[in-house]
Write a protein that binds this ligand. Structure first.
Ligand SMILES: Cc1cc2nc3c(=O)[nH]c(=O)nc-3n(C[C@H](O)[C@H](O)[C@H](O)COP(=O)(O)O)c2cc1C
Length: 164
């Protein structure tokens, strides 16, 4: 299956999780690409308005993917503005199997993780995506490594199911 992972990551946490997912899926025989959103003019972490953020054109051709995986950090209890800017600029995701994950710092999912997932899910669903998996990594949790392994395993299970 052709799988594209597209992430926003400023300090590298989401990127690390994406690499783990990528390795896992590659080991299971899938064809993977991983792309990190590049913000034109660099990232201003105080900019919370997605309308004021422009993303460099992607190398990934989303239409060609069998499965799209989106990841980003939580920002101010919401999805990251850069990810929202990117998703807002997508024309359509008609029927595309899509997975979403976020990383965040606070110890409880209700401190941003759940609402960020909900926002990303809503934007993707409006564009016609078929959301088949979501996950949250709590960066400061002592069981973070187990969480990441379990997220990657969940993604792999759903990808195998989607391929069959
Ligand atoms: C401006 C800003 C706002 C943040 N807001 C939240 C938040 O509301 N809830 C939370 O749990 N973490 C918050 N964080 C922490 C990040 O979500 C967390 O460190 C994440 O893993 C960073 O991912 P990255 O390294 O891929 O950029 C915030 C970080 C920044 C820089």
């Amino acid at each position: 299956m052709k799988i594209g992972i597209i992430i926003h990551s400023m300090t590298g946490n989401t990127s690390l999780v994406a690499e783990r997912i990528k390795n896992r899926l590659e080991n299971e025989g899938h064809e993977l690409s991983l792309e990190r959103l590049a913000i034109i003019g660099g990232e201003d972490q105080n900019q919370s308005d997605p309308q004021k953020i422009s993303i460099e054109p992607l190398s990934t051709n989303i239409e060609e993917l069998d499965l799209l995986i989106l990841g980003g950090p939580v920002r101010g209890f919401q999805a990251s503005p850069a990810m929202k800017a990117f998703l807002g600029g997508i024309d359509k995701l008609g029927g595309k199997d899509t997975m979403i994950f976020v990383t965040h710092a606070f110890p409880f999912n209700w401190m941003g993780g759940n609402s960020a997932i909900k926002q990303m899910r809503n934007i993707c669903t409006e564009k016609g995506a078929n959301i088949i998996f979501t996950g949250i990594i709590d960066w400061k949790n002592s069981k973070r490594e187990i969480q990441i392994d379990s997220l990657a395993a969940g993604v792999a299970r759903k990808a195998t199911k989607a391929a069959s």
